[in-house]
Design a protein around this ligand. Structure first.
Ligand SMILES: [Zn+2]
Ligand SMILES: [Zn+2]
Length: 284
């Protein structure tokens, strides 16, 4: 089954690149990174204390930021990051990335503390004095490491959540603001899921409403139809100018809810004066 899915996904990706040739570069980079991480075995992360965490969950504390959940992924993710950076050295990366990779390499191999702090900083924003000037590639590879290390934990967490029990405008796992959404189900009773660009969790949200500023006035919410993209549109808010890249079908979630496949929509959004609220891992 897994095998079939990956074939299917590859063909969606291939078709997509064929019709969007300007996505070729990012797709190639994505494939290289995916290959490197697929070849690593992240050390397992112990499950959090679900019982203790449930109080934090009720009050809106994301799992990764909960003190009482006792989730410790820093070692696993920072080891993956180091191993990935090491292996990427031998990969045919676009030229402009080699310098970034070299900077990152020097930084994370300088000390174990550096890479642990880097992972913690990506998730919590602390230590505040964390200083590494070249954060673009760190953000991209760091989140890939975190998401991979936490995959079994996040899958278990998703299975434990009641669909309508979070309904907040930020990720229940890592707390990041969403970048994508999906509308699915019966046209008369469509449901919206939001998708996190960092840890890739998805969660249910109100069908009508802005996750960034809580505006629920439909006159103040807009839809930007994207010509030639029957499955994609931009849902935006006139109050805060935030937007979500929205996938309006079902079946290819894994592909269309991955930020990279629709990066050109962010360019379009910016041209329309909209602001991306969710972190981008692609400012490299
Ligand atoms: Zn997240
Ligand atoms: Zn808003």
């Amino acid at each position: 089954m897994t095998h079939m899915n990956s074939n299917e996904q590859r063909s969606t990706e291939e078709q997509w690149i064929e019709s969007h040739p300007y996505m070729q570069k990012v797709a190639k980079f994505q494939r290289i990174v995916r290959g490197v991480f697929d070849g690593l075995s992240a050390s397992p992360v112990a499950m959090p204390r679900w019982e203790s965490y449930s109080v934090d969950y009720e009050t809106g504390v994301p799992l990764l930021l909960s003190q009482v959940a006792g989730l410790d992924f820093t070692n696993s993710a920072s080891d993956s990051l180091a191993a990935a950076v090491d292996r990427l050295r031998e990969s045919p990366l676009p030229e402009q990335l080699t310098e970034h990779l070299q900077n990152l390499r020097e930084f994370i191999f300088d000390s174990e503390d550096n890479r642990r702090q880097a992972i913690e900083w990506l998730v919590t924003g602390t230590p505040e004095n964390f200083s590494f000037p070249d954060v673009g590639l760190l953000r991209f590879l760091g989140w890939e490491s975190i998401a991979r290390s936490l995959r079994p934990v996040l899958a278990e967490y998703a299975g434990r959540r009641d669909e309508d029990s979070w309904m907040r405008g930020y990720c229940p796992a890592c707390g990041a603001q969403p970048v994508l959404s999906q509308l699915s189900g019966d046209p008369n009773a469509r449901q919206r899921r939001l998708a996190c660009g960092c840890c890739r969790s998805t969660w249910q949200f109100r069908r009508i409403g802005c996750p960034f500023c809580a505006n629920e006035n439909s006159d103040r919410l807009g839809i930007l139809v994207v010509e030639e993209e029957p499955f994609l549109r931009l849902d935006f808010c006139r109050d805060c100018s935030g937007y979500l890249k929205t996938y309006t079908q079902s079946g290819d979630e894994e592909f269309f809810l991955s930020d990279w496949s629709t990066l050109y929509l962010d360019v379009l959004a910016r041209q329309q004066g909209l602001q991306r609220k969710g972190v981008s891992l692609y400012e490299i």
